[in-house]
Design a protein around this ligand. Sequence first.
Ligand code: ADE
Length: 240
Amino acid sequence: MRFDIVSLFPEFVAQIAAHGVVGRAGERGLLSLHGWNPRDYAEGNYRRVDDRPFGGGPGMVMMIEPLRAAIRAAREADPAPARVVYLSPQGGRLDQRKVRELAALPRLVLLCGRYEGVDERLLQAEVDEEISIGDYVLSGGELAAAVLVDAVARLQDGALNDAESAVQDSFEGDGLLDCPHYTRPVEHALGAVPGVLLSGNHAEIARWRRQQSLGRTWLRRPDLLDEAALSKSDRALLEA
Ligand code: ADE
């Protein structure tokens, strides 16, 4: 999958592609990341990319032309069709379902705004979708783009070492939170590993994990239960 990042600080986002799961996916040829700086497409000695808002008010607005040229250059760098996403607190909220949808695309162009915003005409003409990573305001779209790239990259086939682990994640499959995990030592001053996990009884272990997932979701994120794929026995457990 190909990611094109349109940003005044493309190296910011490129940093995440250098480490961990995303870095490894890059080394395995599963994804590539390319930065496009609108300043490189700006005119004049000052290479201006922003200007004062019409109607007055604080802050600056990113201008149409440098962004349009950068997005066009990104689009033309590869023949595969690109979905252009603008990271903004006004977008639809990113969740694992959206991440899965995006992960199935051949490429994404991610537009990161700075300053007070981006000229609305550019958004209308060039952007396919606006996405927010949560109900809070960041000083730019770069961190949001990094979050999106990470979440989408790890779903690429072959990105994770254990193909199972994406399916087991919180929000994956049945839409519940993940169960707790333990490793050695069995006994520790902070507590012991739950005995069932040492039993070797796979059916019992699966039942315990399911119970933990359901319990955690009920306690921490009851809103997820409305949408979760629950069996009859899950419901019995929850209602007990
Ligand atoms: N840019 C600024 N705040 C943002 C948010 N919450 N999500 C995505 N992009 C943003």
